[in-house]
Design a protein around this ligand. Structure first.
Ligand code: PMP
Length: 429
């Protein structure tokens, strides 16, 4: 692309296009990506001397196989020649059926039914709707509230926003308007019996009004990139069972291997009543998410006074996305993905170790394919982004966090480049 065209695009972008969590126009001009291949984003116009950037973000944690992958491209092309979309009401098709069946196969046994959604946030909306409707159907309509722990993030639509961290998070603005949910303290990194008792007490105290507990297992992502002991998931599972509350696990960020197990709840051997998946589901190619539930939840809804789950988006079960999702899951499970994630973990640990001694760094933590440097101050976004770009790497720091979640296909040299960039961004002021 000519650089004048790239500049024109940026000007039009700034005149007309909203970007995530931005004002209009955005504070800084975005970089124009012309194409992407493997782990590299190719820029339309060089930035700080770089025409290609190694992607340290996997496009918000979704592009686990990298870009322009021949197998995923082929799946998309093949499906495009058959049909890119058809409505899902009264009709079905092979990609959606294969995907749902595959998801049931690879998730814990009690999860048997799959609702295919458009995005992660919508999958959380559907999960909440399932839980509230389940209790209404079985004659407990007062069970309408949700319990979660502080520091979480579940998406940008209404119900998900109500269970995001209510303070300092992205949805503080709406705290007076959103449904009022019940919040436990943020989970400590290590297991503490005192905190487990706190969770048990809250579930017990609110059982009559609680439809479900909803949490991100093991890793809280956009709420602060914090890790916690998997043992808390067992505590929640037991408390939910003891007091008649459903357990929803949001594995939109952690699913498909990111934490070292296929699903993060496997670290605790816990199975939820409802499970949300998204992001890496399609290898980052297309927007699609899934809400899975047990036979008990589905039966409860389907035998209730209103015996249908009243949700059905226009692009539900989109064949193109479903075909790519099937190919992405096959690609992942057809290789030693656990070994690849382990390799990333080792590389991230080695490469980020030096960040611990940088001034202004509060904590360095790594789990699976997630590497986090937490500062003791708010990150200077512009300076940190520029420092990473100078190293030839794309990062998107936020709050006090500089972090990376690289594609699983990132080679050792590129991984070292990413960790150098994280350190440079963390040191940038
Ligand atoms: N839940 C979690 C745990 C997430 O990390 C995200 C996205 N960052 C969402 C839900 C929302 O997904 P989406 O952006 O696809 O709506």
């Amino acid at each position: 692309m000519r650089s004048s065209t790239a500049r024109e695009l940026v000007a039009l972008d700034r005149a007309h296009v909203w970007h995530p969590y931005g004002p209009m126009p955005g504070r800084t001009g975005p970089l124009v990506v012309e194409s992407a291949s493997g782990v590299r984003l190719r820029l339309a116009e060089p930035a700080h001397g770089q025409s290609e950037l190694v992607d340290g973000m996997s496009s918000w944690w979704s592009a686990v196989h990298g870009y322009n992958h021949p197998v995923l491209n082929e799946a998309a092309r093949g499906q495009l020649d058959r049909m890119s979309h058809v409505m899902f009401g009264g009709l079905t098709h092979e990609p959606a059926v294969r995907l749902a069946t595959r998801l049931v196969e690879i998730t814990p046994e009690p999860l048997q039914h799959v609702f295919l959604c458009d995005s992660g946030s919508v999958s959380v909306e559907v999960a909440v709707k399932m839980c509230l409707q389940y209790w209404r159907s079985v004659g407990r309509p007062a069970k309408q509230r949700l319990l979660t722990w502080r520091g979480g993030y579940h998406g940008d639509t209404w119900q998900p926003m109500s269970v995001c961290d209510p303070e300092g998070g992205m949805h503080e603005l709406w705290s007076g308007v959103l449904p009022r949910q019940i919040f436990a303290d943020a989970p400590p990194a290590a297991y503490e019996e005192r905190y487990a008792d706190h969770l048990r007490a809250l579930v017990e105290r609110h059982a009559d009004e609680l439809a479900a507990v909803i949490v991100e297992p093991v890793v809280q992502g956009a709420g602060g990139m914090r890790f916690h002991s998997p043992a808390y998931l067992r505590v929640l599972r037991e408390a939910c069972d003891a007091h008649g509350v459903l357990l929803v696990l949001d594995e939109i960020a952690t699913g498909f291997g990111r934490t070292g197990t296929l699903f993060a709840a496997e670290h605790a051997d816990v199975s939820p009543d409802v499970l949300c998946l998204g992001k890496a589901l399609t290898g980052g190619y297309l927007t699609m998410a899934a809400t899975l539930c047990t036979g008990r939840v589905a039966d409860g809804i389907s035998k209730g006074e209103v015996p249908v789950l009243a949700h059905g988006p226009t692009f539900m079960g989109n064949p193109l996305a479903a075909a790519v999702a099937c190919a992405s899951i096959d690609l992942l499970l057809g290789q030693d993905w656990a070994q690849e994630v382990k390799r990333l973990e080792t590389g991230l640990r080695d490469g980020l170790a030096e960040a611990a001694s940088l001034p202004g760094v509060r904590d360095v933590r790594v789990l699976g394919g997630i590497g986090v440097v937490q500062l003791d101050h708010a990150v200077d976004m512009a300076a940190a982004t520029e420092a990473a770009v100078r190293e030839g790497v794309w990062l998107r720091p936020f709050r006090d966090l500089v972090y990376t979640m690289p594609p699983y296909v990132t080679g050792d040299d590129d991984l070292a480049r990413i960790t150098r960039a994280v350190c440079a961004a963390a040191a940038s002021g």
